[in-house]
Design a protein around this ligand. Structure first.
Ligand code: IVH
Length: 676
């Protein structure tokens, strides 16, 4: 843990900044992208380290709300009547006992608790008005979420009406999940179709909930279990949480809870151990036990902090871990040439399966953890996430331990590797690297890119090995190989013609799909959309300088350099020329969506209560607006939060329109309501 004496202020500050950046990245991967890279346990360790630092330096504490799952805002947003808080959590028995102590200090007695599984699903708030399901809202950032009602109506445990004894108005809250069985079934199917697979059931449930095709959501078979309420009108008499669950059961809504009346901390601890065993029988994933004070008036007395109630806590189970020998480190090359180090392990049993490989993420991570070949390492697996190395037994390091050298050549094609300044990764920039080429082509054809149905990994492998695909543009010459292709084993006239037809269709995709599909370093779906809004053609886009690119929201120096370097590469230039020679019409299309705030420049001052700065920028840019850092004559609107700075004065002097946070939120929700 952190020791103040050994950390001077400057070092601590740097460390905190690094931790916050890591946490922000992992929040994004978990909440929005649904593809976490680290286990919940590793994430909680990062959070615990940050909290420990903030305890030493409370002056740096900017109390941030819980993470946010607000995505592309394809769905309208709505405000929760009462915020959706998260739960304080701990892995330590001592901290759990402190919780009991704090609670019982209030009543000077043992009190009644509920034990519940901590369900590894996606939180949802069901708003019933006059006993009809009016809206289902995701947690979002805790205050505002996305309205996904139609998708939620496909869940059989969620009634569209409540019986007579239900209250006039209630925010009924719980967890949406996929059974482990359904997860395996759907993920296998994704893989067969050559589509993106998910790390675990939670991520697949979260992804499914935000699909735009309600029939597909129904096919995924999501489930629901209730665990609480937000706002509830006072025509429902609730003395205890257990009573609330009795109502839920009467209304046909599942709950899972166990009442522990007036026991000592030690007795509850023993019960928890038994309760943990029963959780293995449950159809959903769990990662701990939630302990809640049963009495509702005591809950009220204990109150809430900015993030979580003081009357509940999650005791999380440390994921199983195992120690084994790190035999060797190999290197894998990814779509954009990034080299990922992979640990080759002496096989070891872990959480019911044999683990032989684990990801080492990147070389900074290896250095930070000081991992060496022939070390005894600690491997962990949480959920279905790829096993990760979370520690090294340095006291058991042998004389044969070897430093892991950063490779100089690509493991697949032998080309020299590059470490780009400012990036943690190492890349193979060769254009003749076959594994990279395969991945690039599959990506180019994927749904969010050029959407070429049927051109999945297996077919691409065949076509690359025949020598017909040497770059992404060759996809549009596949028609020349039709006769030979239909004679290949496993293909027929119909299957080949279907792919060829899909290829024809891909010639008309909008610019954002092309920008995403080209595998430009750092350019994901959302950034591609943003970039496309700034140019009418790829030719114009290719001429943007680092400075011009940096003026685009979300584009920092590293991204801008990545883009400029990509287009400066003559081979990439000739692939793009070839694409257009072969009939791509992309550049003639403007981005298709009509953006209500096109051309408007927003500036923010002060702090907003509802969204973080990042989220606010995302909301504005998703509606076509641009972002400025200073107030100038060109500024269209200044959004003014609490404790505004000089910008407010400047805006008043220049006569710029000023919106309060409230007004801003109104405009956003009006626009979203009109779009949907
Ligand atoms: S109570 C206000 N009970 O865990 C208290 N939450 O980290 C929060 N969760 O967002 C709700 N199982 O979605 C509660 N038995 C349970 C739960 C549970 C899973 C989720 C919930 C919340 C997150 C908090």
């Amino acid at each position: 843990m952190v020791d103040k004496a050994s950390l001077d202020r400057e070092k601590a500050r740097k460390h905190l900044r690094a931790l916050c950046m890591q946490i922000e990245r992992h929040d994004y991967l978990y909440y929005r992208a649904n593809r976490p890279e680290i286990s919940d346990f590793e994430y909680d360790c990062l959070q615990a380290e940050k909290q420990a630092l903030l305890k030493l330096y409370p002056e740096w504490n900017r109390d941030e709300g819980p993470g946010s799952d607000l995505g592309n805002l394809h769905f309208p947003t709505a405000k929760h009547l009462l915020p959706m808080l998260s739960l304080g959590n701990t892995y330590s028995q001592e901290e759990l006992f402190e919780f009991f102590h704090r609670v019982e200090g209030k009543v000077q007695n043992h009190c009644s608790y509920l034990l519940e599984p901590k369900i590894d699903g996606v939180a949802i708030s069901l708003v019933y008005k006059h006993r009809h399901l009016e809206k289902a809202i995701t947690r979002g950032n805790g205050y505002v979420g996305e309205v996904v009602t139609e998708n939620v109506r496909t869940i059989k445990e969620i009634p569209s009406t409540l019986p007579e004894n239900a209250p006039e108005e209630i925010e009924l809250r719980g967890e949406i999940y996929l059974t482990e069985r359904q997860f395996t079934y759907l993920n296998d199917e994704q893989e067969r179709l050559g589509l993106e697979t998910y790390a675990n059931a939670r991520n697949l449930a979260a992804g499914s909930l935000k699909l735009l095709d309600v029939n597909e959501v129904a096919r995924r078979r999501l489930h629901f279990i209730a665990h609480g309420v937000g706002f509830v009108s006072n025509d429902l008499q609730l003395d205890t949480q257990a009573r609330l669950y009795t109502f839920f059961e009467q209304w046909g809504i599942p709950v899972f809870s166990f009442v522990v009346p007036g026991n000592s901390a030690e007795q509850i601890w023993d019960l928890m151990a038994r309760f943990r065993l029963t959780q293995e029988q449950l159809p959903y994933g769990t990662d701990g036990v939630v302990i809640k004070v049963n009495d509702r008036s005591l809950q009220e007395q204990l109150g809430v902090t900015a993030k979580s109630p003081r009357w509940a806590i999650a005791y999380k189970f440390e994921p199983e871990s195992a120690e084994t020998l790190l035999q060797d480190v190999t290197f894998q090359v990814g779509r954009t040439g990034v080299i990922t180090p992979v640990a080759e392990l002496m096989p070891v049993d872990l959480a019911g399966s044999k683990v032989t490989r684990a990801t080492l993420h990147n070389f900074d991570e290896i250095q930070r953890k000081d991992i060496r070949k022939k070390d005894i390492v600690v491997v962990q697996k949480a959920g279905e996430i790829i096993p990760a190395i979370v520690g090294v037994k340095k006291d058991q390091r042998s004389a044969f331990a070897e430093k892991i050298e950063v490779p100089l050549q690509c493991p697949a094609c032998g080309a020299p590797l590059l470490k780009i300044t400012g990036e943690v990764v190492i890349r193979c920039t060769s254009l003749n690297c076959l594994p990279q080429l395969r991945l690039k082509i599959v990506h180019f054809a994927s749904k969010d890119a050029m959407d070429i149905d049927g051109l999945g990994p297996k077919i691409v492998d065949t076509l690359v090995s025949k020598g017909w695909l040497k770059d992404v543009a060759d996809i549009f010459t596949l028609i020349d190989h039709r006769d030979a292709w239909i004679r290949l084993p496993g293909f027929s006239v119909t299957s080949v013609d279907n792919v060829l037809l899909a290829i024809e269709g891909a010639k008309n995709r909008p610019l954002e799909c092309l920008l995403y599909g080209l595998s430009i370093p750092h350019v994901g779906v959302e950034l591609a959309r943003k970039l496309a809004a700034f140019s009418s053609s790829i030719k114009q886009f290719m001429q943007l300088s680092v400075e011009q690119l940096q003026a685009i929201p979300l584009v920092g120096e590293i991204i801008a350099h990545g883009i400029v370097d990509f287009f400066a590469n003559t081979r990439n230039q000739s692939v793009i020329e070839k694409l257009f020679r072969l009939g791509l019409k992309t550049s003639f299309l403007k981005t298709p969506t009509k953006q209500p705030w096109n051309g408007k420049i927003f500036v923010l001052t002060g702090s907003l209560a509802r969204w973080t700065r990042f989220e606010t920028e995302r909301v504005i840019t998703s509606l076509g607006g641009n972002f400025g850092s200073t107030v100038t004559k060109q500024t269209s609107i200044l959004v003014c939060g609490a404790n505004p700075g000089n910008k407010l004065v400047q805006a008043k002097v220049l006569g710029i329109q000023i919106w309060s946070e409230e007004e801003f939120l109104h405009h956003v929700s009006d626009l979203h309501a009109n779009r949907s």
